[in-house]
Design a protein around this ligand. Sequence first.
Ligand code: F0G
Length: 457
Amino acid sequence: MKTIIEPFRIKSVEPLRFTSRSERTQILQAAGYNLFNIHADDVLIDLLTDSGTSAMSARQWGGMIEGDESYAGSRSYHQLEEKVTELTGFRHLIPTHQGRAAEKILFNIVGGQGKIIPNNTHFDTTRANIEVSGAEAVDLLPPAGFDPVAVDAFKGNMDLEAFEALLSKHGAERIPITMLTVTNNSNAGQPVSMENIRRAAEISHRHNIPFFLDACRFAENAYFIKLREPGYQKITVREIAAEMFSYADGCTMSGKKDGLVNMGGFLALNDEELARQARNILVVTEGFPTYGGLAGHDLQAFAIGLDEVLEEDYLKYRIRSVTYLGEHLTELGVPVFQPPGGHAIYIDAGAFLPHIPARQFPGQSLACELYLCGGIRSCEIGSVMFGKTDPTTGDFAPARLEMVRLAIPRRVYTKSHIDYVIECIGDVYRRRNEISGIRIVQEPPILRHFTARFSPL
Ligand code: F0G
């Protein structure tokens, strides 16, 4: 088999700024050992997120010029609507500035005190929007899903027995909607099988509960189905994606992932009454129904992105390049959540730095070390993000896992960038015994990972 190459060539480039280790030591110290506080120009390879960081194609940039900026009835809106209808079959499109704005509108309507919203795993903004509405967000991941070493084709699946149990315990009246996140970002970007989507939808519909997808990474999920689920090998990714959406009554979408755009999102659904209510909120909080939270040129680029993301050469390269990083790290002995996900590799920092206890934040220590070593920016997803310290008793409750996410922006980095990342991580792994923990010196009351300041121990 020949090397799978990037299915594009580069027309416009952005220079990277190289820094020395001693410069990075100063930069990190000034940033309070929090990579969110670092100026992006001081980062060499930015793996903080795959969201809004895609490189757009020449066709998309051309579309930006053609975007129709009309307040009402924009041609660009109609082009996006046509694409979304073709892809999902949903009757109503409600464009928003990004995914969380679609979530806010949806949960404003269906959420509220006493309600329960199940999901395989809620993304943070989804959970936050549900909780702000007064409802409860419930994650239904089977135990194997949490196991970093278990190898299974669809570790992102919802635990359907737990879903049935939730329904019998609380009754369908308390559950206004079921969500399913594809791929499951909060669980290392693991995919969900078609069978799981179909059965989750069946259970939901049997209780007259609408079934929605969080479709941010729908194309990556569809490609995993093609690779791994019996019966789908000869079917196009476009058809697989259409089948995924066919079981759902609607979806929330962040175009910043599989829309291949830097900004954009939507809520799409079938129910007339829900769409009417959503548009009423949209006009107040985002904008007129034919642009929502977006400029005409954003709508136009988004419509093209939804087309390009389903090209099989692109998806083959995309999934293979993320897997390549995971496989090479595994070969070096680096503990990585298995199997590699669709958009990111998650290093098990707890296993990488077993001498650092959770209360000394091994994930944050590792993320800082990757920056010092090679100017690589990653993201701690462990006890800084999800752990809790009781302000009065000082009791510490760690996160379930101590992870560091290496999220890969779409169409941005080449194989040699990734080889460099592998070399740096290999280097840090060989010196792992020299790495020490870190403590928090200043933290805000909520979402502390964004602004907390640290000091090495
Ligand atoms: N749902 C999932 C599964 C996500 O991963 C995200 C964003 C959202 C919803 C919200 O979309 O950012 O457009 O408002 N995830 C980004 C990340 C931020 O880094 O994983 P948004």
